[in-house]
Design a protein around this ligand. Structure first.
Ligand code: 13P
Length: 258
């Protein structure tokens, strides 16, 4: 099996102003100091308003953390009031950009074409998109989960080359598991992440699929992270609520010691 460096990313959503964000990252860095987490990449994705502060903190203290953003527009610049562009993020040393989170899809009307435009723009500017896919409870109960995820995947990755796929992370986040305390069974998470890898193999070949990192997201906590991360096809976690607590997130980052 190909070696894939695990990636744990904290998606803070609309929480923490820039001062609070600095505190969270300082506390996280302190807690990570005596933990063994360097086998994995760790990213924090604060709101846009905190990116500059966290960039400065990471650089100043030489922290082994990556900076992520939660969204972006697909154009470099223009009359798009309220939006933030990929080159603006790249200039802040943002390494990862979450695109197509289910909250963006559901609450802000993003479709696969939008997500695709964003993912491609992120790649163009030398950053890595974390492309989110996942089914709703109704879709799962109707037996449509795999088809839904495959369609989201195909649409969101359209036109992305095999070479670019090495920079892409896919996050499987079943909508019913987000913020609900309901976690997918590790076996269910693995089954869907495996199905995602199979789809990528069909389209890009086995080598690209073997190298693809696939995160699970949805109520990941210290109590369930080890089982989830132990699955063959789960290469990381996209963490919401638990990433706001420096102690919990530090524990998640050293899950292999639990
Ligand atoms: P929770 O971990 O709070 O369920 O959120 C998951 C998520 O949406 C991460 O992007």
């Amino acid at each position: 099996m190909a070696h894939r460096t695990p990636i744990l990313a904290g998606n803070w959503k609309m929480h923490k102003n820039h001062l609070e964000a600095i505190q969270v990252v300082q506390q996280l860095a302190y807690r990570l100091e005596d933990r063994d987490y360097e086998h994995a990449e760790i990213a924090v994705c604060p709101p846009f308003t905190a990116l500059r502060s966290i960039q400065t903190l990471i650089q100043g203290d030489d922290l082994k953390l990556q900076l992520g953003a939660q969204d972006c527009h697909w154009e470099d610049q223009g009359a798009f009031t309220g939006e933030v562009s990929p080159p603006m993020l790249a200039e802040l040393d943002v390494a990862y950009v979450v695109v197509g989170h289910s909250e963006r899809r559901e609450l802000f009307g993003e479709d696969d074409a939008t997500v695709n435009a964003k993912a491609r723009a992120v790649l163009t500017h030398g950053m890595r998109p974390i492309v989110c896919v996942g089914e709703t409870l109704e879709q799962r109960e109707a037996g449509e989960a795999e088809g839904v995820v495959r369609r989201q995947l195909d649409g969101s990755l359209a036109g992305i080359t095999a070479e670019q796929m090495a920079e892409v992370v896919v996050a499987y986040e079943p909508v019913w598991a987000i913020g609900t305390g309901k976690t997918a069974l590790p076996s269910d998470a693995d089954e869907m992440c495996g199905a995602i890898r199979t789809r990528i193999a069909e389209q890009y070949g086995q080598a690209v699929a073997d190298g693809l990192r696939i995160q699970y997201g949805g109520s990941v906590k210290p109590g369930n992270v080890k089982d989830l991360m132990g699955q063959e096809h789960v290469d990381g976690a996209l963490v919401g609520g638990a990433s706001l607590d420096p102690e919990d997130f530090a524990v998640l980052c050293s899950y292999h010691r639990l």
